[in-house]
Design a protein around this ligand. Structure first.
Ligand SMILES: [Fe+2]
Length: 152
């Protein structure tokens, strides 16, 4: 478990510090998710399992908050995330349902670029304005099935 930032921030260039902090935050959240999942598997009482399930979900949200901000600040990370999703999509064993995740990534990237919001803000905005965003989602789902264009 982490209790300290696993990097020496004094050795990190000033321009990279925020990105390094966001990455360290992501590591901490992933560690917490794994810990709570293991604890949930060991817990005897259903109430404790329920609590751990709820907290694990919250940690996943925290992970998404760090990641969405990192992707907004680090354009290379954003580009490579899309490239990674494309590579996974190209694997023949990946079922069509997984391709919807790529559609979601395409949608979020487009939303973030068009609105200058974070990915999380786009998710929240989408939830609030489902009707307004729905046609766009359909469009991006179709585009994603062709392969999410790089550079978006
Ligand atoms: Fe957390």
């Amino acid at each position: 478990m982490m209790s300290q930032v696993p990097i020496q921030l004094s050795k990190v260039p000033q321009s990279d510090i925020d990105n390094e902090i966001l990455r360290a935050g992501m590591i901490a959240e992933l560690d917490a998710i794994n810990l709570y999942e293991q604890m949930k598997a060991m817990a005897q009482r259903p109430k404790i399992k329920e609590i751990l399930t709820d907290i694990t979900k919250e940690e996943k949200t925290h992970l998404g908050e760090f990641e969405s901000e990192l992707i907004r600040l680090d354009t290379e990370q954003e580009r490579e995330l899309g490239a990674g999703a494309e590579e996974v999509m190209k694997m023949k064993s990946i079922p069509i349902t997984s391709r919807r995740m790529n559609a979601w990534i395409c949608y979020l990237k487009t939303c973030a670029k068009e609105t200058n919001n974070t990915y999380l803000e786009c998710v929240q905005d989408k939830a609030r304005k489902q009707r307004e965003y729905y046609p766009k989602k359909e469009y991006w789902e179709q585009e994603a099935l062709k392969g999410c264009p790089r550079g978006i």
